[in-house]
Write a protein that binds this ligand. Sequence first.
Ligand SMILES: [Zn+2]
Length: 282
Amino acid sequence: MQNVPGRAAAIDADGVQVFIQSARTWKPTAHKPEDLAVLRAARESGQVQYIVCHAIYFINLATDEPALLEKSRTALRNTIDVANAIAADGIVLHVGSHKGRGLEVTLPQIVKELKAALKHLNDPCWLLLENSAGAGGTIGRDPIELASIINAVDHPRLGMCIDTCHAYVSGVDVTDPKQLDALVEELDTRIGIDRLRCLHVNDAAAACGSNRDRHANIGEGEMGDGLAVTLSHPKLADLPMLLETPGHEGNGPDAQEIAALRALHAKGVKRRQAKAKKPRAR
Ligand SMILES: [Zn+2]
């Protein structure tokens, strides 16, 4: 994700997301315990409906550099501590890059690191691996890679977060109902769709299959209104949806973006309902 800093997001009772934590620095967050307690209380009372933290982007659980691995471990542990403190529902994590060595070679290390991290993560919080845009050796470019990690770790709270922009630039045109159905089907067969806990909903400023991780505002990128196909898929439509778009001021998603997302979601759902009602041609 290049355009905006990824941050922890909470969704209030009105379904609106609030950002909490920056994800583009190694420096650990230093939230005051009283602030964490306020958010925890809001989550537990239902005032905030869903909280997802985003682990920092520099983490690489597949690295062969011991110093980087140690830093990655510490950073992930810090996010886990914050997530536990605020009763978060999930932590989204980019696994990292194998830098051309291949997933198979790095898999045992990734599995070991994830198992160790999950030991610290309180129930009911999930650790969610995000699909990558597929550039270079970034891990999680398709359901096969995500499945090989998730199935090898075999933990009840290890799941995934699918980013619409990443899926698109990695070569799956999720604005095409057939391609989207095939992706959902594959995720379900290989991993189990119940492990998909949230979506990152972003339009793409780069072409399908380009492997270029460029997020665009809702309706303003290559996907345009076609994003409604994903937003309204029966197995996806009720998932928490988090924006990671540049926004109109360049400060990340704003009220306009949330309104555009809601409108597109409603449009997609309506379109599917109308289609379902239509009698089939004989
Ligand atoms: Zn994302």
